[in-house]
Design a protein around this ligand. Sequence first.
Ligand code: SAM
Length: 250
Amino acid sequence: MSQEFYSHARLYDLMFPGGGAAVDFYRADAGRHGGHVLELGCGTGQKLIPIASDGHPCVGLDFSQDMLAEAERKATERGVVVEWLQGDMRDFDLGRTFDYVFITANSLLHLHEAEDLVSCLRSVRRHLAPGARFVFDVFNPSVRLLAAADGVRRTRESSSFMDPERGNVSVDVAEVYDAPAQVTRGTWYLSTDSEPDFVVVPLEIRSIFPQELPLLLRLGDLRLVERLGNWSGQPFAVDSPLQLCICEAA
Ligand SMILES: C[S@@+](CC[C@H](N)C(=O)[O-])C[C@H]1O[C@@H](n2cnc3c(N)ncnc32)[C@H](O)[C@@H]1O
């Protein structure tokens, strides 16, 4: 579940500052669809706070109290109202339905077992109002890249960041791919010159392969309406970075 990774919410936002194409996509899509919005695995609210600021009643559910506390702090600072709930997307009952439900930034891939994925999708289905949309994005697994994970610790320049409290933080990652489980098992190391490895945390992410995805959805009583391959809305293709899936109740 990689819970420890998400117990450093302030660092998460510095490492993955958000904004950009994903926020624009969900904001526009939720805007077109309208109504009550639910995000599962909402983290620090990088997508949900902008959507709520557009006037949609929003609920964000996340496992991590630390991420939710940061989300609440940011929303309050911006004068935006969101209902933040601690819960497990594998099985939840909020006692109401929503017009737009989404799971972004590979959050769904924290569920490693097929049973957990199906249970999550069934919970989503129970929360869809008539005509509602369920949208999620997961990366498009490249067998070549997965197989290249060799367990060697390497600096990931693209993730390094400036922390106003600590200075420049470099990020190293060591990953192996557990093929039978379809899970990439990584360890992330955060360091400054004066504080090497001040954070060392595991991060384990499943892959969902293109052919299993519609089957999982079907088991969750959902239907894949359209699969896009990037944030500009191009159709999914073999070399697409993403599987951006638009779904509805089956
Ligand atoms: C990659 S972050 C994405 C956060 C946010 N959606 C964003 O776009 O920045 C994944 C989030 O999923 C949450 N998460 C992981 N497993 C979960 C579960 N079983 N139930 C609810 N949230 C979960 C983590 O706590 C974390 O906040």
